[in-house]
Ligand binder design. Structure first.
Ligand code: ZN
Ligand code: ZN
Ligand code: FE
Length: 750
């Protein structure tokens, strides 16, 4: 990755330092350097090229050849050359660097308070690029003509802004505009100062940022936060906040050394941190949770706004519920009408939509939860040479993946593929990636679920393109392989996929799966016992339905005794309906999902019976768990036709006893988590006994549960297993496309 990261000026300075003549040039495929001079100087140059490369540059490979001297008289930076079929890695967008920050805070600098300040080490990249090579005319910055001063910086190889494609200043670059909720301009000189004032007054602002619009309000103002939730129609889903500096973050959250590193990295993701009791951030920002999603400012605009409000600000995606983030001015004014009181607009177009990335530090390493801004499209390395492949991903938290050579380009988080707008975002982003990385897939792979829009997209393509190979992949196999690949492991492994939903090869809904898997295939050697999901999707939205299903399935028709407190929130009619659905097997698909088991227990012990966002019941149970509790519940493993099935009747029996004995929710929640970890270990030991495999890969959305992950990894390691977990791609369905792409490459070869 050598474009947009200050690589050519670095080469220029290096060549000069070693007294070498020649040239450097960007192409679509790589960077070419020709240098001539003394042998010892050439050696020194090559050594320094690797050792001193700019911080954001990544050298994947260096090839050296000799040629006769050409008699160059100086060293020059030549114009970029576009080459047919070649491609190269493009830097993702990078948070404002220290020298740029100094300038915008310095009243004497010509870029004082200029919101679009950037240089070769920071600023927009992937959100503005339309094609390669990465040059200004191929970005949305082409409409701005640089003033003489900016041009001088741009042309001077010794300047920090040499060939900084988005280079701009208040004279010549993009500018801000403040409009009210109906799009009428607000007549003021200083839009930024006015925006800060409005935020302090408790107003809700839609602010155009790097990859799209963010909705902002004062995070300490309970009324403002509640109003934003109401308008966004999101009563519970946690909102991210932006805080001006690391010191300020520490007033609200506990920050470990590794978390500090992640927060202040050039990627500047949202990091989930443990909230401090004394924090003044409104509790409505993350209801019922004991963590906060926090990020530092990553553009000059954010830096200035955060400093001038002197408040932590809610900064949440500018969309209504599950739609994609709004990116264009007109689009935002239309879609966010009625949500934002004011809009802070600018005239630098966003070419590609990017949400903020979300990460955590767990098991002492960063783990990406939502991979978007500043991470995508940097590729994941494949441990093999791939054919050009498109993997269409799953449905929720969707991503696609394109592969070529030994690279997997996993797209940014696209969103839940449940509506037309998100599907359009999927398709336009796919076209962009195909163009930028010069990929024309010969293999197309997709989830086995017939109803996913991503599957339908692949099937429609299959109708038109008989020349391509189409490969359906099982959801949990893809989860496990995504985890193997990012760890560089070829397997075989014991794959534990604890997940919400995934279409099984038997047509049932899987999600508590034990697989023996490698890249080519898998055997389902174990799973949780099947229970019906009364009402299908309704059972996901209302976890008490799963609790009722487990009780009736495991203990028979008299299981719903009057002492069960959670039933008080369920109407008699609905209980009768659920019974009918179960008895007559109406719309009650069978599932082995561990996500549904977590839901059932959460509802049963009175934590959450209805949800507003995915996995809310399980997340709130994790938060409630008393981590000092060591106890656990019984369960049994029964072998049928060579498959080990986990039975949970005793587990529910024990929980019902604890409820009768008035054991606290915190203790029951902890005992349940401990049990699930034990389950993984006992199953792994059993499966290791028959297969001889000592390596376990953990994947699936349920492992976003940090307590469960910690307990499971510790117990597995204690039992002598090597454990693979996620770090680079999400353990949730955002990682599915990577697994699909790898599996398809191996299936096609076989
Ligand atoms: Zn900079
Ligand atoms: Zn300028
Ligand atoms: Fe999944």
């Amino acid at each position: 990755m050598v474009q947009g990261v200050g690589f050519r000026p670095f080469v220029y300075q290096l060549a000069t330092k070693h007294g070498l003549k020649g040239w450097v040039c960007n192409t679509s495929g790589d960077v070419k350097i020709e240098v001539e001079g003394e042998m010892s100087a050439l050696d020194g140059f090559l050594r320094d090229l690797v050792a001193l490369a700019p911080p954001l540059a990544r050298l994947e490979d260096i090839a050296v050849t000799s040629r006769p001297p050409q008699g160059y008289t100086g060293f020059e930076i030549r114009h970029s050359i576009a080459e047919e079929g070649k491609y190269q890695l493009v830097s993702p967008d990078i948070a404002t660097c220290e020298p740029c920050l100094k300038e915008i805070l310095d009243p004497k600098d010509r870029r004082y308070r200029y919101p679009f300040t950037n240089c070769t080490n920071c600023g927009p990249r992937f959100t503005i690029i339309e094609d390669i090579p990465y040059d200004r005319p191929k970005t949305t910055m082409r409409v701005f003509r640089m003033c003489p001063q900016c041009q001088q910086e741009y042309d001077n190889p010794l300047d920090r802004r040499f060939h900084a494609q988005p280079n701009a200043c208040p004279e010549c670059g993009p500018s801000l505009k403040l409009v009210d909720g109906n799009g009428n301009s607000v007549e003021i000189d200083d839009a930024l100062a006015a925006a800060a004032r409005l935020l302090k007054e408790g107003k809700i602002l839609a602010i155009k940022g790097l990859g799209g619009f963010l909705l902002a309000c004062d995070a300490t103002n309970e009324k403002a936060v509640k109003l934003l939730r109401e308008r966004k129609r999101r009563p519970f889903k946690p909102l991210a906040i932006m805080v001006s500096t690391l010191d300020e973050v520490k007033k609200h959250c506990h920050v470990s050394e590794k978390e500090e590193e992640l927060l202040t990295s050039p990627q500047c993701p949202i990091v989930l941190l443990k909230r401090k009791k004394e924090s003044v951030v409104s509790l409505s920002v993350a209801p019922n949770l004991n963590n906060l999603g926090v990020m530092l400012p990553y553009t000059p605009l954010h830096h200035i706004l955060l400093r001038e409000t002197a408040l932590p600000l809610v900064m949440t995606s500018g969309n209504l519920s599950e739609e994609p983030i709004a990116k264009d001015n007109d689009e935002a004014l239309r879609r966010l009408n009625g949500i934002a009181d004011y809009f802070l607009l600018h005239n630098r177009d966003i070419y590609s939509r990017y949400d903020d990335s979300v990460a955590i530090v767990e098991l002492d390493k960063p783990q990406i939860v939502r991979r978007a801004r500043a991470y995508a499209p940097y590729p994941i390395h494949l441990p093999f040479q791939s054919r050009q492949t498109l993997a269409c991903g799953a449905e929720l938290k969707s991503t696609f993946c394109l592969t070529r050579d030994n690279y997997a380009f996993v797209s940014q988080h696209i969103g839940d593929l449940e509506n037309l707008e998100t599907m359009e975002h999927f398709e336009t982003t796919l076209e962009l990636y195909k163009k930028l990385f010069r990929i024309e897939p010969e293999i197309v792979t997709y989830d086995m679920h017939p109803e996913y829009l991503s599957t339908k997209y692949a099937k429609a393509l299959a109708e038109q393109r008989k020349d391509l190979k189409f490969v359906p992949v099982q959801h949990h196999h893809a989860h496990i392989v995504s985890c193997m690949v990012e760890n560089g492991s070829q397997g075989p492994v014991i794959g534990v996929s604890f997940d919400g939903t995934g279409y099984g090869t038997d047509g049932r809904i899987w999600g508590g799966e034990f697989l023996v898997a490698d890249y080519e295939g898998f055997e389902r050697v174990g799973h949780l016992e099947y229970v019906p999901m009364p009402g299908g999707a309704a059972a996901i939205e209302r976890p008490y339905r799963m609790a009722i299903s487990y009780l009736l399935t495991l203990f028979g028709k008299d299981a719903l005794t009057p002492d069960l407190a959670f039933l008080k929130d369920v109407s008699r009619d609905e209980i009768a309906l659920i019974k009918t659905q179960l008895d007559k097997k109406i719309n009650s698909p069978l599932t082995s999902s561990s996500g549904r088991l977590f839901d059932a227990v959460s509802a049963l012990i009175g934590i959450r019976g209805r949800i507003d966002y995915e996995a809310q019941a399980a997340i709130e149970m994790e938060m409630a768990a008393d981590e000092s509790e060591r106890g656990s519940y019984r369960f049994s493993i029964v072998e049928r036709d060579g498959v080990s099935v986990v039975h949970v009747k005793e587990l529910f029996d024990d929980i019902l006893h604890d409820l009768k004995d008035n054991v606290t929710r915190g203790k029951i929640a902890a005992r349940f988590h401990n049990t699930m970890a034990e389950m993984v270990v006992r199953m792994s030991q059993r499966l290791s006994g028959t297969s001889g495999i000592k390596k376990v890969a953990l994947s699936g959305g349920v492992f976003q549960n940090r307590l469960l992950l910690r307990l499971t990894v510790a117990a597995l390691e204690k039992a002598g297993f090597e454990v693979l977990t996620h770090s680079k791609v999400p353990t949730n369905d955002g990682g599915i496309s990577l697994g699909q792409a790898v599996i398809a490459n191996f299936v096609v070869l076989v």
